[in-house]
Design a protein around this ligand. Structure first.
Ligand code: OOG
Ligand code: MG
Length: 262
């Protein structure tokens, strides 16, 4: 850690205000080039502390930057982890108020729900599959608070990995009998396919993203509790959206999910 508690609190307020007021800000590493990863996660945790103090609840976790497409698009190499709170959740087919967001993008995700706790270090895809209750399709709406959606890893971690909204599809599939690597993923905007991929784009196997999250939390003495919903990371690069757009996601064997930007 290189930042004081006071600076961590100031940066958390700066980033949370940008989210709540839907305005973009200069990335925090400009003023704090020496901040480290622990500082970044401490700012992220402080934003969550502020929300919990206002009565918000955590409803899920996420891994991000887990696919080549995403890493290449954002110019970074390492997965990142964040949290999802209650008001991020949008029902399947529901509307998203674009004016409340800055410059939203959508990405197709394979979503896990656990039935047993997962703890690192040493968590692997076998443990993840054994602890998975079911998987579902999910659209994540990311909305970096940084100018032009450009950032470095520490800045994006502090900004809770651009988290903004998510939409879950209603069909819950058990993982037994599914090969998550070869599941086809088609993201459509206004009826046109705009991003196409398969599960293996996410770290070779989407369960590896969940194992990486368990190992990240394990290094901090924490675990993924039973019954946790987790976004495993965009399968393809993210696609910009604007008011008027309809977005739907189809994942082979997992059904579909959609949302509208108004
Ligand atoms: C960071 C968040 C990435 C994913 O699935 O890769 C993410 C970003 O690209 O803004 O949620
Ligand atoms: Mg994502």
């Amino acid at each position: 850690m290189t930042l004081s508690q006071q600076t961590i609190e100031q940066l958390a307020e700066y980033l949370e205000n940008a989210e709540l007021q839907a305005h973009e800000v200069v990335k925090i590493t400009e003023a704090h080039p020496d901040m480290d990863w622990d500082d970044a996660y401490a700012i992220q945790a402080e934003i969550l502390r502020r929300k919990l103090a206002r009565g918000k609840r955590v409803v899920g976790l996420k891994a991000g930057l887990t696919s080549r497409g995403k890493m290449k698009q954002m110019g970074v190499e390492t997965p990142v982890f964040g949290w999802l709170v209650d008001y991020f959740s949008v029902p399947d087919g529901g509307e998203i108020e674009t004016a409340r967001l800055i410059h939203p993008k959508v990405e197709p995700e394979i979503v896990f729900v656990t039935k047993r706790a997962l703890k690192g270090p040493g968590c692997h895809i076998g443990a993840v599959l054994a602890a998975t209750d079911f998987v579902m399709p999910g659209i994540e709406i990311i909305d970096s608070r940084y100018k032009d959606f450009k950032f470095d890893l520490k800045s994006v971690i502090a900004d809770n990995c651009s988290s903004s909204r998510f939409v879950l599809g209603g069909q819950a599939a058990p993982v037994a009998g599914l090969d998550l690597r070869t599941l086809g993923v088609v993201l459509e905007k206004n009826g046109e396919p705009v991003a196409i991929g398969a599960g293996a784009a996410v770290l070779g196997h989407p369960a590896a993203a969940i194992a990486a999250l368990a190992n990240h939390l394990g290094a901090r003495g924490e675990e993924i509790p039973a019954g946790t919903m987790i976004l495993s990371g965009g399968v393809t690069e993210a696609v910009s959206v604007a008011a008027g757009d309809n977005v739907s996601l189809r994942i082979q064997s997992l059904g579909s999910v959609s949302t509208r930007f108004v």
